[in-house]
Write a protein that binds this ligand. Structure first.
Ligand code: ADP
Length: 257
C-alpha cells in the first residue's frame, strides 16, 4: 500500500511539472510571436519616413550650385540612409520568412539561373578584392522546389558573406549538385573562418562573431537568420563546417522539383 501511495505521489508531481513546463513553452511561443510582430511593426513605421528623407536628399544633391563640403555631407547622409533601408528591408524579410501563416508556395526554380544572377551582383566586389571566384554548376537547369525570390536571397546572403569574410587574394567556390534526389548548394571560402562556439550560434537573429576580423566588416547579423528560416520553411537542411583562420563551408540541401 505504501508503494502504491508513493508511486501515485510521484505521478502527480510529474504531471504538475509537465503542466508547468508546457505552460512555459506556450508563454515563450507567445513572446516570440509578439517579438516578431513588434519588429515588423517598427520596421514598417520606419520605412515611410526614411523613404521621404532619401527622396529629399536626392533632390538636394541634384542642385547645381552646391559647395563641395555640402555635397560631401549630403552624399554621406544618403549612404547612411541607404544602410538603414537595408536593415529595415532585412527586418521585414526576416518577419515574412518567419511567419507560419505565410508559407512558401512551391514552384520549380532553376537554381543555376538564380546563381548566375547572384554572381553578377557580387562579381565586382570579388574582383576588387582579387578573389578567385569559382562557380561549379552542371550544364542545363537544376530545378529546386520553392520560392524563387527566397532562394535568390539564400544564395546571395551566403555568397556575399563568403566574399565579405575572405581577405584579399583568397578563394570562394560556389557549386550546385544533385545528390540522392536533393538539390545541394555549396558555398566554400578560404576566409577568416569561425570557432565552434560561433558556428553553434549562427542563424540567431543579430548574432555577430566577436572576432575582430569579422567585426571589421559591416553587418547586422540578420543575413544568416534569414537564410536559416528560408531553409527551414523549404523543408531543407543546412550544415556548416568552419575552421578558425582557414575558412568555412555552408552546404544547403533543398527538395528537387
Ligand atoms: P552579418 O551582417 O554580420 O554578416 P550574418 O547573419 O550574415 O550577418 O552572419 C553572422 C555572423 O557570422 C557574421 O557577423 C560573421 O561573424 C559570421 N560569418 C558569417 N558568414 C561567415 C563566413 N563565410 N566566414 C566567416 N564568418 C562568417
Amino acid at each position: 500500500a505504501l508503494d502504491i501511495g508513493h508511486d501515485l505521489g510521484r505521478a502527480i508531481l510529474n504531471a504538475r511539472t509537465f503542466e508547468r513546463e508546457h505552460q512555459l513553452v506556450v508563454e515563450l511561443q507567445e513572446l516570440d510571436t509578439y517579438k516578431g510582430q513588434l519588429i515588423a511593426t517598427v520596421a514598417h513605421e520606419l520605412k515611410n519616413p526614411l523613404s521621404s528623407v532619401l527622396g529629399h536628399l536626392e533632390m538636394l544633391e541634384s542642385a547645381r550650385d552646391l559647395a563641395g563640403t555640402t555635397r560631401g555631407s549630403l552624399a554621406a547622409m544618403e549612404r547612411g540612409a541607404q544602410r538603414m533601408v537595408k536593415v529595415i528591408d532585412d527586418l521585414l524579410l526576416l518577419s515574412k520568412v518567419g511567419d507560419p501563416d505565410n508559407p512558401v508556395i512551391p514552384t520549380p526554380v532553376d537554381l543555376s539561373h538564380v546563381l548566375d544572377e547572384v554572381i553578377d551582383l557580387v562579381e565586382l566586389s570579388a574582383q576588387q578584392k582579387r578573389l578567385d571566384l569559382k562557380v561549379e554548376v552542371p550544364d542545363g537547369p537544376v530545378l529546386a522546389l520553392g520560392d524563387a525570390d527566397e532562394l535568390d536571397r539564400l544564395c546571395a546572403n551566403l555568397i556575399s558573406n563568403a566574399v565579405k569574410y575572405t581577405p584579399e587574394g583568397g578563394s570562394v567556390t560556389v557549386a550546385i549538385d544533385v545528390v540522392d534526389g536533393d538539390v545541394v548548394f555549396t558555398c566554400r571560402d578560404e576566409g577568416i573562418g569561425m570557432s565552434a562556439e560561433d558556428v553553434a550560434r549562427l542563424g540567431t537573429e543579430f548574432f555577430r562573431s566577436s572576432n575582430p576580423l569579422a567585426l571589421a566588416q559591416p553587418g547586422t547579423g540578420l543575413g544568416l537568420a534569414i537564410v536559416r528560416r528560408i531553409v527551414e520553411r523549404h523543408g531543407g537542411s543546412m550544415d556548416i563546417e568552419s575552421d578558425l583562420g582557414h575558412g568555412s563551408t555552408f552546404r544547403v540541401h533543398l527538395p528537387a522539383a
